[in-house]
Design a protein around this ligand. Structure first.
Ligand code: GRF
Length: 209
């Protein structure tokens, strides 16, 4: 009888995806951040979160990030008073030290100074809860209902010095229903935000990576 041979074949190494280091800035609950954390956990997703930074020490999103084992940092804006640029110089130093290539704003509720915008020009993304250029600024869901639009949604865009004005990278829309309240509409939009942001970030990382 022929002797059977066991042959061990070296396994082909798993294809390594080059990951783009990103930092996420939050001020609050961080549900978009959570969607990004989940996306980044996929082996084939081209981004890696190197820092989650909040300007509010009580931002609930910080706990979510910590539970995911991410490095978090609080740089409270309050001690800086009106000197917004001094606050942002500290933020920038932390971002640089983290090695981030891209900065992702996820419910970061401060208008940035032109200085920080310039420092991260073409490398900073934001998500806004409306179909820009419609309804920039706050209270977008109330505004959409009041305006009687049939379609509303969210936008991911590059950050420029004009608030909610940067080049649009992606949008997702939802219908506005007859009996919508700002809350029901916000919830429908938020579901789309959680899908759109990881998708757009993936596209950007595949371009820069
Ligand atoms: C989202 O609606 C986002 O579009 C806006 O701020 C909100 C942040 O929510 N920029 P979360 O903190 O991501 O849950």
């Amino acid at each position: 009888m022929k002797k059977s041979h066991t042959r061990t074949r070296a396994k082909a190494p798993a294809k390594k995806t080059e990951k783009v280091p990103i930092a996420i800035l939050i001020s609050g609950r961080g549900s978009n951040m959570r969607a990004l954390i989940e996306a980044c956990a996929r082996p084939d997703y081209p981004a890696e979160i190197v820092l989650v930074l909040s300007n509010r020490p009580d931002a609930p999103g910080l706990e979510v990030a910590e539970a995911a084992g991410l490095k978090t940092l609080v740089i409270d804006h309050k001690p800086f008073g009106k000197d917004r640029e001094a606050h942002e110089r500290e933020i920038d130093a932390a971002l640089q030290a983290s090695g981030a290539m891209l900065v992702v704003l996820a419910g970061y509720m401060r208008v940035l100074t032109p200085w920080l915008v310039k420092a991260w020009e073409d490398r900073m993304l934001n998500i806004h809860p409306s179909l820009l250029p419609a309804f920039p600024g706050l209270h977008t869901h109330e505004a959409a209902i009041k305006a009687g639009v049939k379609e509303h949604g969210c936008t991911v865009h590059l950050v420029t010095s004009g608030v909610d004005e940067g080049p649009i990278l992606g949008q997702a829309s939802v219908p506005v229903l007859e009996n919508d309240t700002p809350e029901t509409l916000a919830a429908r939009v938020l579901e789309q935000e959680h899908l759109l942001y990881p998708d757009v970030l993936e596209m950007i990382c595949r371009t820069v990576g």
